[in-house]
Design a protein around this ligand. Structure first.
Ligand SMILES: Nc1ncnc2c1ncn2[C@@H]1O[C@H](COP(=O)(O)OP(=O)(O)OP(=O)(O)O)[C@@H](O)[C@H]1O
Length: 367
C-alpha cells in the first residue's frame, strides 16, 4: 500500500484512542476551569483594546456613543457567534463604556419566570444584564423577558389556579445583552426586541497574532513575531484557544528552552500537545484517518465512522466535524461523510484512484 510510513497506523489513531471527551480538548472553544481564572486578566477593557470584529465594533461604538450623548440607556444588544469569540468580553466592554454595572447570568440558570423576575427587579437604572446562552431559557421566562425588554415592566403572578393574580412591577431602564451560539434558534419575537444584533466572525490569523502578543505582554511572556504566528495558525480562529495554546507553549518554553517563544519552540510544544499545523488535534485526525484509511475517503455513515474512532456519534458530529467541515476537509452529504482532496493532502495520503503508479501497485479498494 502506498500509505505514508511515517503516519500513525489506522489502529493507533482509531480504535485504540479511547473516548477523547470534548471537555478536555486543548483546542476546544468552550471555557475550562483554568480559562475562567486567567480570562478575567486577559479581557480587553474597552472597544479600543478589543481586537478584530471591525464591523461589530464600529456599529456598537455608534450605538453606545449615541446613547451616551442622549444620556439614555443603550438599546438591547444581541451577540451571536461561536464560543470563545468574545461575546462575554464585549458585554463587559458595553457596561464599561456606558459606565454601568453589569450582572451576568445564563439561559440555563433561568428555568422559572420567577428566577428572571428576581433578577430584573433587583437591577439598577442603566445596568447591563448579560444573558449568555439566551436560546436555552425556559419558555415562560422568555415570555416575561419580552415585556421587560419592551416596556420595562413585568407581571409577577401571585398565587395559583383561578385565584392567581398578576401584579405589574415597574423596572428601571436596563440594557439586555443576549449572547447565543445559535441566533437562528431564537424565536422571532425575542430577536426583534433587540435594537442591535452583532454577528461575531472567526478571527483571521493576523488578528489572533495581535491577541497573542497582547496576552503575552499581560502574562509577561517573551514571544517572537514568528512564535505568535505559529500559535495563531493553530488556534482555529478563536481567541480563547489562542490564549490557551499560548499558556501551554509558555510552559514548554520555560521547561525545555530559555523561556522565549520562537517559531521552533511553539511548533515543538504544540507537537507535544498533538495540535497540528492547522489546529487539528488527535480526535480530528482520528476521524480523518479513519475516513481516509478505512473507508477510502467515504462516503461513510456517521455511526460507522464513530464506531471506527471509538467515539460516540455525538462527539464526532458535534465536536470534531464542525471544524473539519469549516476547514474544507470533510463534507456531509446525503450518502454519508466524505473526505475532500484537501483532507488527503493534509494527512499526507494519496487517494486510492491515484495509487496505480508505475510500480504495479493498485488502489487500496480494488482495481
Ligand atoms: N477581540 C478580542 N481581543 C482580545 N481578546 C479576546 C477577544 N475576544 C476574546 N478574547 C479573549 O478570549 C477569551 C474568551 O472570550 P469570551 O469569554 O468573551 O468569549 P465568549 O464568546 O463569551 O465565549 P462563550 O460563548 O464560551 O462564553 C477571553 O480571555 C478574552 O480575553
Amino acid at each position: 500500500m502506498n500509505w505514508d510510513d511515517t503516519a500513525p497506523s489506522a489502529a493507533e489513531n482509531t480504535a485504540d484512542d479511547t473516548a477523547m471527551g470534548a471537555q478536555d480538548r486543548l483546542v476546544g472553544a468552550d471555557a475550562d476551569g483554568e480559562d475562567s481564572a486567567v480570562e478575567a486578566a486577559l479581557r480587553p477593557k474597552d472597544l479600543e483594546e478589543f481586537v478584530g470584529q471591525e464591523r461589530v465594533r464600529e456599529q456598537l461604538d455608534l450605538v453606545l456613543r449615541a446613547a451616551r450623548a442622549r444620556g439614555a440607556t443603550a438599546d438591547h444588544v444581541l451577540l451571536s457567534g461561536a464560543p470563545g469569540l468574545g461575546k462575554t468580553t464585549l458585554s463587559m466592554i458595553i457596561a464599561a463604556e456606558m459606565g454601568a454595572p453589569i450582572r451576568i447570568t445564563s439561559g440555563p440558570a433561568i428555568q422559572h419566570a420567577g428566577d428572571l423576575a428576581a433578577i430584573l427587579s433587583s437591577l439598577q437604572e442603566g445596568e447591563v444584564l448579560f444573558l449568555d446562552e439566551i436560546h436555552r431559557m425556559s419558555r415562560p421566562a422568555e415570555e416575561m423577558l419580552y415585556m421587560a425588554m419592551e416596556d420595562f415592566r413585568v407581571d409577577v403572578i401571585v398565587g395559583k389556579g383561578p385565584g392567581a393574580t398578576a401584579i405589574p412591577l415597574e423596572l428601571p431602564p436596563f440594557t439586555l445583552v443576549g449572547a447565543t451560539t445559535r441566533a437562528g434558534l431564537l424565536p422571532p419575537p425575542l430577536r426583534d426586541r433587540f435594537g442591535f444584533t452583532g454577528h461575531m466572525e472567526f478571527y483571521a490569523p493576523a488578528e489572533l497574532e495581535r491577541v497573542i502578543h497582547r496576552s503575552a505582554g499581560l502574562l509577561d511572556v517573551d514571544i517572537e513575531t514568528e512564535g505568535a504566528a505559529e500559535i495563531a495558525g493553530r488556534s482555529r480562529g478563536t481567541p480563547r484557544i489562542a490564549n490557551r495554546l499560548l499558556r501551554r507553549v509558555r510552559d514548554y518554553a520555560q521547561v525545555k528552552a530559555d523561556g522565549v517563544i520562537t517559531r521552533e519552540t511553539a511548533s515543538q510544544a504544540l507537537a507535544v500537545y498533538e495540535v497540528d499545523g492547522r489546529g487539528l488535534d488527535r480526535l480530528d485526525r482520528a476521524v480523518l484517518t479513519a475516513l481516509l484509511k478505512l473507508f477510502g475517503g467515504g462516503p461513510v455513515g456517521l455511526s460507522t465512522l464513530a464506531v471506527a474512532v471509538g467515539e460516540e456519534r455525538e462527539t464526532v458530529e458535534e465536536v470534531a466535524e464542525p471544524f473539519l467541515v469549516r476547514e474544507g476537509l470533510l463534507a456531509r452529504t446525503p450518502r454519508g461523510r466524505i473526505a475532500t482532496p484537501a483532507a488527503w493532502a493534509h494527512m499526507g495520503l494519496v487517494p486510492p484512484q491515484q495509487q496505480t503508479g508505475g510500480n504495479g501497485q493498485q488502489g487500496l479498494f480494488g482495481p
